[in-house]
Design a binder for this molecule. Structure first.
Ligand SMILES: [Zn+2]
Length: 63
């Protein structure tokens, strides 16, 4: 059985397998985005925050 998690950045389902070195993210891009957001949060540079595109899908785990 393969564990599936949701990418913290885009919510896409990600298989938690050794081959996926970006887990829990779905891709390197999402990982970088998340790290970037974290850095912005920490260092609070100018007020130029770009919110990631969010499609308002339900985040319930009641699939
Ligand atoms: Zn993602």
């Amino acid at each position: 059985m393969i564990t599936v998690v949701k990418c913290p950045t885009c919510g896409k389902e990600v298989r938690w397998v050794p081959e996926n070195r970006f887990r829990p993210f779905c891709s390197e891009r999402c990982k970088q985005i998340d790290l970037g957001a974290w850095a912005n949060e920490k260092y609070k540079i100018d007020g130029s925050d770009e919110a990631p595109p969010s499609d308002d899908t339900s985040r319930d785990d009641l699939n």
